[in-house]
Design a protein around this ligand. Sequence first.
Ligand SMILES: [Zn+2]
Ligand SMILES: [Zn+2]
Length: 330
Amino acid sequence: MEDAAPISFKFRFIKKGQAAHMMSKKGQADDIGLELGGDRIRYEEVVDTTSRDNRLIVVFRPGAELGPVVGKNLAEAGIAIIEVYKIGVRTLERYIDRRSSLMQTEQRRARLAQEGKLNLFRTLACPCCAATVDVSELDRTTYVYCRFCESVFKDGGEVVTLGDVYRVCDECSIFDRVQSYTEFYFYFLLVVYGFSHKKRHLCDNCAGRTFWKVLAINAVFVLGVPSAIWMKVKSMRGREARLAELPSANALAKKGKVDAAHMVFATLYERLPDHPGLLYDQGLGALMAGRTDEGVGYLERSLKACANFLPSIQFLGSLSDALPPEGSSS
Ligand SMILES: [Zn+2]
Ligand SMILES: [Zn+2]
């Protein structure tokens, strides 16, 4: 592997949104696993990682062997959140993903070999983050999704949408451009006044909606207004030309105007034929309007275009849990 040198960093465990201890601890990542505050965890135990700002969320497999320090500092069952210092959190995330993905695909290869199905083993290197994407046992489709960096690329390796910019919104589950915003509130309590702020990652639609809330609350205190307006401006400018109309398509769908939204999606498909994120959005729009069969149809189509598009797989999974089994009368 090209960057075999271990990387070291400092970190603090985060619990309930706050640092769980005063002094930062030492961490290291190498070829085999992670070392956190003296505990060693092999990459086989890591199922997924996600980063937001300078925090890394590490999801362990159920029953993972964790040391006493990590075990005591979990944010919730099976999940550790650490705030990373000294190095960029993305650098650490990608380092872990590259290795754990390789390890997981090796296990898959061994399992398929055991079952005599080695011909179904297939992997691709993500052109964006270099993680190994396992597409074994899946139909070959136009697009491939990288669950590590959330990018969509063509089977031939051409990047279509970067997960850093276009992904599923944390707050509304719609696929769109997602940016980070600092919500800024001035408050006035009897004689005390000041401000509070929090950082959120929102799609263009959620940012537009949050703008009105921030503006309304801050309107009494003129100082907060510029930051609210900046939020609106940021959500509207610098959109990628190929996906410029996506927020309006999603806004229409959220208002229940599914057919009007479909017209806008049709324009988007002229530039990005059958992009799985767009089909997923169209499916969600139809589902929100109560058009279940149609919604499921779009989600299934997104998997015909991109067999491993995880947002659709997860959504269809939770739908089949929620919907009554076929043939039942209700
Ligand atoms: Zn990737
Ligand atoms: Zn959103």
